[in-house]
Design a protein around this ligand. Sequence first.
Ligand SMILES: [Zn+2]
Ligand SMILES: [Zn+2]
Length: 144
Amino acid sequence: MLLYLPDITESERRLAAEEVFFGESFAPGVTLRGYHLTVAYYRAGDAISLKIAGDMALEASCDRCGAPLELAVELEEPFILFPASAEEADYVYGEEAIDLDPFIHEAIVLNIPPKILCSDECRGLCPTCGKDLNGPACGCEKNG
Ligand SMILES: [Zn+2]
Ligand SMILES: [Zn+2]
């Protein structure tokens, strides 16, 4: 998905991100189910500002008990791009257009929750027998 440099003005414009990463896995056990993201962009001198915002739906499993779950994550990820000649710039743009896909990809990656739990109170699995401790007690001795 290309954004052509002449289309980038000093006043902010927006476009909807195409769903090119549908169904991809972004972390072990985490699959992207869909997203609605908007790319807002404008130019400020040599710099180009991109802001990717919206929400995405993930399919994952609880880090503690392994229960499958779906979650919605809101995100807002800004990027500042500089001409390719700029040294020490984290993000650069070329001569004609900006390929937005890598930025959309990165915005998604940066917003995958580091820890995914079915509930903050999830008790996980018994380290002895492997039973889901959110259900009836398994009877094993508690270690610790
Ligand atoms: Zn859990
Ligand atoms: Zn047990």
